[in-house]
Design a binder for this molecule. Structure first.
Ligand SMILES: [Zn+2]
Length: 88
């Protein structure tokens, strides 16, 4: 499907992840999918501190990459979700 990425505003092929309403470009979708799976692992680890800390370390550069790609002033649905619920 062609459209505007809701995270970085780039026009191109956009994808919708299962259970999500936002559509994002290939790169943002890959990063968001990775963050979601890391978040899932943190949940599975039951927030066990060592594992969660390790997963958070893995999540940080992905989150920063997403934020860096984001168009200035743009606060897409993914980031709004993070802001309201927190990533972890
Ligand atoms: Zn994007």
């Amino acid at each position: 499907m062609f459209g505007l990425c809701e995270s970085c505003d780039r026009a191109g092929e956009v994808f919708q992840l299962p259970g999500r309403t936002d559509r994002n470009c290939t790169e943002c979708t890959a990063d968001i999918a990775m963050l979601i799976s890391l978040h899932g692992l943190m949940k599975q680890a039951n927030w066990e501190s060592e594992i969660t800390a390790e997963l958070e370390i893995q999540a940080q550069p992905i989150l920063h990459r997403l934020l860096a790609r984001r168009k200035p002033g743009r606060y897409g649905p993914f980031f709004s979700g993070v802001a309201s619920k927190g990533l972890a």
